[in-house]
Design a protein around this ligand. Structure first.
Ligand SMILES: *[C@@H]1O[C@H](CO)[C@@H](O)[C@H](O)[C@H]1NC(C)=O
Ligand SMILES: *[C@@H]1O[C@H](CO)[C@@H](O)[C@H](O)[C@H]1NC(C)=O
Ligand SMILES: *[C@@H]1O[C@H](CO)[C@@H](O)[C@H](O)[C@H]1NC(C)=O
Length: 417
């Protein structure tokens, strides 16, 4: 017991320093933004961002020309500002519409702003975006978390340009063209990136049968799922993700319905666990994308979106009822690999992604850490399911900031000129 109390005291002392420095940053920032307000509306800023042009100028940053956008704090804006969009956007999946579903902090979520420590991340300007990316196709490829991000982008753009054609380009699950700009955005649904389907033992036997496998899922590590195989040749800008389904025993039960990996049409023998399969899939999909991409196309890979189940996993009564972002200590408690907690896959997936993308031409959209802090921003009980939804994000909400980051990166990349 004594040791435990010591531990607690120790833990309680640590937060003071980061807290004080955060307060310092917040107040410096507040003063600066107040003094700037007369000259420009922060919502509609057409100037393009220059690296190193920071309110808190760090000489190292100015010299090296980099800013770590994943290192920062969420700041609560007390003054009201126009929302990018609201619960009336029809494309918002019902369970994610926290405003319409009366989640108690549904509106509050629009007031939090991400402030990278050494630079700014302004809200992107949808009119400028539509204009700059005329005649462009943008594809989101991945699981429902990429759909969440796609919906955020759609709703933000729809607010300022309402003439859209709804269609399904190149096998997409959903898609829209903003007619006044000929800008198309689409969502291609794929859980694993690789093609997969039910597998059962063949009466005539085989390698897997001889090892005792009866049921499972066949995952072809070198075959992209048909829902997006045409996407690299169609889109000019692509944003990929995968991750949640690799650690989803409710579907891929290691005993009753394991993932069985195939390569060149044959089972991989000896059979490999999902994390090794993920590495193989990523390797092959990266090659496939690079080979099939349109000339001059830009590709992003988004890092893993964290879940916030506390008190158990999603099917064990886990919940996410917090109404405030987490402190740095709480974040480490939930996500640190050494704690091996319920949501540990967030950082594990990223290790696999970083390994696979290391010498590739992908731009990495690192949204993990900023999102880890936002335990308050999931639909929770307002999601309308039997269990809390602590995985997807309320809209409007955190994925709006992912899109700010996406647009910020995109605008810094040379595109078609
Ligand atoms: C949300 O609150 C409004 C107003 O009280 C009510 O009309 C509506 O039915 C509620 N919606 C849900 C999903 O509970
Ligand atoms: C619209 O954009 C697509 C994609 O870049 C392009 O192929 C097409 O020619 C454009 N259409 C018009 C009418 O400019
Ligand atoms: C992490 O936790 C899970 C479930 O609680 C357990 O099955 C697994 O063995 C643990 N892994 C490690 C490395 O401790």
């Amino acid at each position: 017991m004594a040791a435990r109390d010591d531990h607690h005291n120790h833990v309680k002392k640590i937060p003071l320093f980061p807290l004080l420095s955060l307060l310092c940053f917040a107040s410096i920032f507040l003063v600066l933004s107040l003094s700037r307000k007369t000259s420009s509306n922060p919502l509609i800023s057409h100037q393009s961002f220059q690296f190193g042009e920071n309110p808190v100028t760090d000489p190292n940053v100015a010299l090296s020309g980099t800013c770590d956008y994943s290192d920062g704090v969420w700041i609560y804006d007390h003054e009201p500002r126009p929302a990018r969009y609201d619960g009336s956007c029809k494309e918002i999946f019902k369970g994610w519409n926290c405003i319409s579903n009366n989640k108690s902090n549904g509106w509050e979520l629009t007031k939090w702003r991400w402030k990278p420590r050494l630079c700014d991340l302004p809200l992107f300007d949808p009119v400028y975006f539509l204009d700059k990316y005329r005649n462009t196709n943008i594809g989101f490829v991945g699981d429902s978390l990429n759909r969440n991000m796609f919906v955020s982008l759609f709703c933000t753009l729809k607010r300022v340009s309402s003439e859209v054609k709804k269609w399904r380009p190149a096998g997409a699950d959903r898609g829209f063209t903003f007619l006044n700009y000929n800008l198309t955005i689409a969502y291609h649904r794929t859980n694993l990136l690789a093609s997969y389907g039910r597998w059962s033992a063949n009466a005539n036997g085989g390698m897997l049968e001889s090892l005792g496998f009866k049921e499972g899922f066949r995952v072809d590590v070198d075959v992209p799922e048909g829902t997006w195989a045409g996407a690299p040749a169609f889109h000019d800008i692509l944003i990929f993700n995968t991750g949640h389904w690799w650690w989803a025993p409710s579907k891929f039960d290691p005993v009753k319905s394991p993932m069985l990996f195939f390569k060149k049409g044959h089972p991989v023998i000896p059979p490999i666990p999902p994390d090794v399969g993920l590495d193989m899939v990523l390797k092959h999909m990266v090659l496939f994308i690079e080979k099939n991409l349109r000339p001059g196309a830009i590709k992003f890979f988004r890092t893993q979106s964290p879940r916030h189940f506390e008190g158990g996993d999603w099917n064990q009564g886990g919940t996410c009822q917090r109404l405030q972002p987490l402190s740095p200590e709480q974040v480490e408690g939930l996500f640190s690999l050494k704690n091996n907690g319920t949501n540990v896959e967030a950082r594990l997936v990223n290790r696999h992604l970083m390994k696979a993308l290391k010498r590739s031409g992908f731009h990495i959209l690192d949204i993990t850490h900023m999102s880890e802090i936002r335990a308050d921003a999931h639909p929770s009980t307002s999601g309308g399911k039997k269990h809390d939804d602590c995985m997807h994000w309320c809209l409007p909400g955190v994925t709006d900031t992912w899109n700010d980051l996406f647009v910020k990166h995109l605008n810094n990349i040379k595109f078609r000129d």
